[in-house]
Design a binder for this molecule. Structure first.
Ligand code: BTN
Length: 255
């Protein structure tokens, strides 16, 4: 048992030894009609999904690979805000359990010492005006050592154990993420996105810096001004025009 102290998040947990992707399981559960707050956790994913069709390396027993199903009564354009709610929850949980100071790279990468330790993938089931369910996939690299990472990730990714120099309890981490996520989610539903935006900005690294946003259709270069009340990134280009970016990979210039 995880000893959860939450009211509804994770009251039902589907625990799996090995799955292709917890996102895939969660989508199926939504179709079957599960309750709000259901969580899927796996020890291993054989084809973990990242953003933009990438893979997410999810080796056995070394990370937190989970999907959280939320059923807010909101219009679909508000779903990206929930990614930011989840990012704040994960940052706070990592701080609490490791003493590390994680930072967020818009929209959803969590970095420690400049290396990615967590990715968040938010997917939707919705019709045109209502969200049926939001599936928030959270992948945290916890106890991997250097040799557990594929060569191509070594320069950009790390784990909490590597960064803190000690093993971290994955059960405690799940418990902390879920209880913080529940609190923040309730705040979000009651008071809107603004309080979350302020917290999120306090952890963000790219704001105020010159960045390059790689979108599916091209690159946008300029200064990251902040996020809008919708959670969309604003970039001021050299010509002064301000662009809004909904989905992209962010590179800090001079990186
Ligand atoms: C990213 O940064 O590209 C997002 C990575 C999201 C990974 C998590 S692990 C749990 C859930 N299941 C998946 O297949 N992906 C997400």
């Amino acid at each position: 048992s995880l000893g959860l102290k939450t009211a509804f998040l994770g009251r039902t947990i589907h625990y799996e030894e090995s799955v292709s992707s917890t996102q895939k399981i969660a989508h199926r559960l939504v179709t079957d009609g599960v309750s709000d707050g259901t969580v899927v956790v796996a020890e291993e994913q054989t084809s973990g999904k990242g953003r933009m069709d990438r893979q997410w390396h999810s080796p056995k027993y070394s990370g937190v690979w989970m999907s959280v199903i939320l059923k807010p009564n909101l219009p679909p354009p508000r779903a990206p805000q929930l990614t930011l709610v989840a990012a704040v929850a994960v940052v706070q949980a990592i701080e609490e359990l490791t003493g590390l100071m994680p930072q967020i790279k818009w929209p959803n990468d969590i970095l420690v010492g400049g290396k990615k330790v967590t990715g968040i993938l938010t997917e939707l089931q919705a019709d045109s005006d209502r969200i049926k369910a939001v599936i928030i996939g959270i992948g945290i690299n916890v106890n991997q050592q250097y040799e557990d990472f594929p060569e191509e990730l070594l320069h950009t990714a790390s784990s909490l154990a590597i960064e803190s120099g000690k093993p971290i309890s994955r059960a405690s981490l799940i418990q902390s993420v879920l209880s913080r996520l529940e609190k923040l989610y309730i705040t979000y539903l009651q008071n809107g996105f603004h309080p979350i935006k302020l917290l999120w900005e306090s952890y963000a690294i790219s704001i105020g810096k010159n960045i390059i946003a790689r979108t599916l259709t091209g690159e946008i270069k300029g200064k990251a001004l902040g996020i809008t009340e919708d959670g969309v990134l604003m970039i001021e280009q050299e010509d002064g025009a301000v662009r809004q970016v909904y989905s992209a990979d962010i590179l800090l210039e001079n990186d």
